[in-house]
Design a binder for this molecule. Structure first.
Ligand code: XBP
Ligand code: MG
Length: 244
């Protein structure tokens, strides 16, 4: 039985909005305010973005540079990284609330077209819930959850992308099979996570991810400008034909 397209599942960072340069700035401000002599430049951050999750990213960086910087071990360092991540999240949230972060081209139009077409909308992200709420509140107002009845994030899915946990949670909450959904992502980690959960995936890379391998995607697009539900239905049909 052919499975009709019923839901669109969106990644946040890099997909709904080109956010990572603001995350990078917030990380560097938090390092300084918490007395860490770390400073990530764009090329370092591009490499570190292969690790999903801000805390996981900082821990991986510390393991890279330990011995050259602060020498506190174990729990003391983890407490420090927790404090740094809280400070970073507060800084990033202020940037979003200040209107610095805009949705990427075509995103709002596709979301509106999807809602007119009766498709369900969901979020599947490894970022913190504070960041999701700040971005979507800015774009949709205080009632933003009415547009996204399903939101899975770092607080619901501790196993970060490329692990499929966050997409499996979204499918469970949507009460839909993966074959009825298309995911939208910007990174290879996100692609692998969604593919592992069985979804078709449309990729819109950013400058931080354009070099990554997107083999297996339904489409790799510069952005979602001009993309409508009719296009998604055609790509969904192609996917069904290939699977038949
Ligand atoms: C991208 C991430 C996040 C952000 C930073 O999430 O991996 O870690 O880089 O946000 P997405 P946090 O799945 O939306 O692409 O510091 O809150 O993790
Ligand atoms: Mg992303």
């Amino acid at each position: 039985m052919k499975q009709a397209l019923s839901a669109l599942v969106f990644d946040v960072d890099g997909t709904l909005a080109d956010t990572e340069r603001f995350h990078l700035q917030a990380f560097n401000e938090a390092f300084a305010s918490e007395g860490l002599d770390w400073r990530w430049d764009p090329s370092t951050y591009t490499r570190l973005l292969e690790i999903s999750g801000g805390k996981e990213r900082m821990l991986a960086y510390w393991n890279e540079v330990r011995g050259e910087t602060v020498d506190i071990e174990g729990n003391a360092m983890r407490d420090l990284l927790d404090r740094v991540h809280l400070a970073k999240t507060a800084t990033y949230e202020a940037m979003v609330n200040g209107g610095l972060v805009q949705l990427r081209p075509g995103v709002m139009q596709l979301l509106e077209d999807a809602q007119r077409s009766g498709l369900a909308l969901a979020i599947a992200t490894t970022t913190s819930p504070v960041n999701v709420a700040a971005l979507l509140r800015r774009a949709f107002g205080t009632q933003w959850r009415l547009h996204f009845p399903v939101v899975c994030d770092a607080s619901t899915a501790p196993r970060k992308k490329p692990h499929p946990q966050v997409y499996l949670q979204a499918l469970q909450s949507l009460r839909l099979p993966a074959e009825a959904c298309i995911a939208f992502e910007d990174s290879a980690n996100g692609l692998r996570s969604a593919l592992a959960a069985g979804l078709g995936v449309v990729i819109t890379p950013t400058r931080f991810t354009a070099h990554q391998d997107f083999n297996g995607a339904l489409r790799v697009l510069y952005d979602l400008a001009g993309v409508r539900v009719a296009d998604l239905l055609a790509w969904h049909e192609e996917r069904l034909q290939r699977a038949a």
